[in-house]
Design a protein around this ligand. Sequence first.
Ligand code: 6PG
Length: 240
Amino acid sequence: MSQIQIFDTPELLAAATARRFVMLAEKSSAEHPFSVALSGGNTPRRVYELLATDEFKNEVNWKFVHAFFGDERSVPPDDPASNYGMALATLISRVPIPEINVHPIPGVGDHHENARSYERELRTYFAGSAWPRFDLVLLGIGEDGHTASLFPGTAGLAEKTAWVIANWVEQLNEFRFTLTAPAINSAAEILFLVTGGGKASRLAAVLNGPHQPNLLPAQLIKPGQGELIWMVDKAAATRL
Ligand code: 6PG
């Protein structure tokens, strides 16, 4: 099932996303912890900040939340480009989530070994499952149509067995770590956060254009048995 929700401002979109997070996390318990794959980029920053405010933070039993990452850059955690670093500063360091429940993707070292070790960590957490069943995956889209670190034209788009890969991105001249499309698509719920007029035409192409996932990797995201919700602000929705 997929749906589009349109918000007047990025702030309203961030608040609705934080509310959705709280609503989904509320059901968590020791037997059924809440697993979320956080995204990087700018759009989720405000969501994380809101989740760390008293209004939201006290609604979540952080003991039962496990925070994973959908993608990461090849940088150490204290680099300004680190997705983990951003989430740490805006959310993780501000809420009582146990350190053992936070699962950053290692950004430095051997790229392929890092991807394999993160996949092992996920396989331990989701023991017995063919694919990871995240309760929630947060995603964004880039102006080039990428999502997570699945960039146009990259080899990682065709991955059918691995959960996590080190994806060589020629256009950035770097490796990015990312969940693969089938791993993302196994989630119970996926929220795409899209704001700003700069993304309007790409969003329209992803949603309503011809199926060209090699050019528009965001088109690969279709949960097999889960919800897909597009959280879009008015500026990004102008071409829909
Ligand atoms: C990252 C991402 C990436 C992001 C989009 C949108 O690490 O950059 O996870 O896929 O979600 O690039 O980014 P913005 O929210 O900054 O536009």
